[in-house]
Ligand binder design. Structure first.
Ligand SMILES: CC(C)(COP(=O)(O)OP(=O)(O)OC[C@H]1O[C@@H](n2cnc3c(N)ncnc32)[C@H](O)[C@@H]1OP(=O)(O)O)[C@@H](O)C(=O)NCCC(=O)NCCS
Length: 152
């Protein structure tokens, strides 16, 4: 399948429309709660202050992540809730999304490293972007995770 052209939206919650944020929450719920069979509070206080990165393919939300500010979740800006909507998987959109997010981070917080709490099964994916593991495997919401750091 040909990779769709993406339009990126990088915004604080207050600058997203209700419909745009609803689209993000629908995909987050579909992926992190239903697909991953995980009962956890997906919408949380970080949503109120973080940056949201939405990747639109026409009118459909194809991929999404959020970035918490330095000094919020971690001392460094932190990418989380990284997802490609199931209908758009396996076309390289995850790569495109991460590349865009790291570029946005570099512009928003020049010279800052990035820290993530990565699901262990995606270690190689994140290593491909220069993230290195900096913790043992731990359980977060019962899913194995590894903390990873990427130099600026
Ligand atoms: C992880 C995710 C965002 C990848 O999206 P995608 O658009 O299908 O990814 P891409 O097509 O860009 O693939 C990029 C790389 O991701 C990795 N990857 C994708 N799916 C994977 C899987 N199920 N297991 C392991 N690695 C995987 C591979 O390294 C792949 O590289 P390759 O094509 O050379 O094998 C998507 O599978 C997803 O939304 N997963 C559920 C949510 C999740 O676990 N998020 C991460 C939280 S830390």
């Amino acid at each position: 399948m040909q990779r769709p052209e993406l339009r990126f939206q990088w915004a604080r919650l207050g600058d997203l429309s209700a419909v745009e944020f609803h689209a993000a929450m629908v995909q987050r719920e579909a992926v992190f709660v239903i697909e991953q069979n995980c009962v956890y509070p997906d919408a949380d206080a970080y949503d109120l202050q973080c940056w949201h990165l939405l990747a639109w393919a026409g009118g459909q939300l194809a991929a999404y992540l959020r970035v918490t500010d330095p000094g919020s979740k971690y001392p460094e800006p932190s990418l989380g809730r990284v997802l490609t909507s199931p209908a758009f998987r396996g076309q390289g959109l995850g790569q495109v999304l991460l590349t865009e997010a790291l570029a946005r981070c570099a512009t928003t917080w020049p010279g800052q490293p990035n820290r993530i709490s990565a699901q262990q099964y995606l270690l190689k994916f994140y290593q491909g972007f220069g993230f290195v593991p900096v913790s043992q495997v731990y359980l977060e919401d019962n899913i194995p995770h590894v903390e990873m750091l990427r130099a600026a």
